[in-house]
Design a protein around this ligand. Structure first.
Ligand SMILES: CC(C)(COP(=O)(O)OP(=O)(O)OC[C@H]1O[C@@H](n2cnc3c(N)ncnc32)[C@H](O)[C@@H]1OP(=O)(O)O)[C@@H](O)C(=O)NCCC(=O)NCCS
Length: 196
């Protein structure tokens, strides 16, 4: 079963044990966690969060089926250097709906990688995972996150005022969604050539 997908410059691989150290290091950073509802985390907290996904991946691989959730590590295709992670987390009450998530480590911001990660998640969700809907949300101050969602074609679906009380302030939550019928077949066909 395929566990790694590539674009010309990046690889997206199901998360493995060796990825937990760089992911944990990334999630200790104030910069990366500034707009997240979690973190900065101690490494053991991040390990404890990700370990069930590793177990689930191992079981799915043994049973030759797709995992229920898709958690990817993003690396530079050529150097294999760690860049970040992205994920599709299944909505347990609505089969076929997934929450998208993405964290790019701070040395790699503003290079188009967040946009590419969201594009990859859209392609994977609608081409491979059989999704009918993607959910996304972000703190209103996280302009980079809102922008990568807009660029990916996510539709704004609302604003929850003062949704988060964190880091000394109140933060509105922006809601986004994307339905399978909103992604044109010719766009997916182009992405079929980009991701393999
Ligand atoms: C948010 C995040 C994913 C953006 O990733 P990135 O790789 O820097 O984004 P890109 O380089 O693809 O930039 C996409 C667009 O967003 C804009 N952008 C990125 N960061 C921005 C910021 N801090 N403020 C305003 N605009 C920003 C870019 O200018 C670009 O716009 P354009 O294409 O119109 O020129 C990244 O900063 C990150 O991982 N942050 C920490 C974790 C996080 O907040 N994750 C999202 C949780 S909801």
């Amino acid at each position: 079963m395929q566990t790694t997908w590539t674009s010309p410059s990046l690889t997206f691989s199901y998360v493995t044990l060796e990825d937990l150290t760089p992911i944990s290091e990334m999630l200790t950073k104030e910069t990366v966690c500034r707009w997240l509802f979690f973190g900065p985390n101690l490494p053991e907290v991040t390990h404890a969060y990700f370990l069930p996904f590793l177990d689930e991946n191992a079981l799915a691989l043994a049973e030759d089926r797709l995992p229920s959730n898709f958690v990817f590590t993003i690396r530079n295709r050529k150097t294999k250097a760690f860049i970040g992670q992205c994920a599709l987390i299944a909505d347990e009450f609505s089969p076929g709906a997934y929450l998208v998530g993405y964290q790019i480590d701070d040395p790699f911001w503003n290079k188009g990688i967040g946009s590419e990660a969201v594009t990859f998640l859209i392609w994977f969700a609608f081409r491979i995972a059989g999704a009918y809907r993607l959910n996304a949300d972000t703190a209103a101050g996280n302009q980079g996150s809102a922008r990568v969602l807009e660029k990916g074609g996510f539709v704004p679906e609302g604003r929850q005022r003062k949704y988060w009380h964190a880091r000394g302030g109140y933060h509105d939550r922006l809601l986004f969604g994307l339905l399978t019928e909103e992604v044109k077949e010719d766009v997916l066909a182009t992405l079929d050539r980009l991701f393999s």
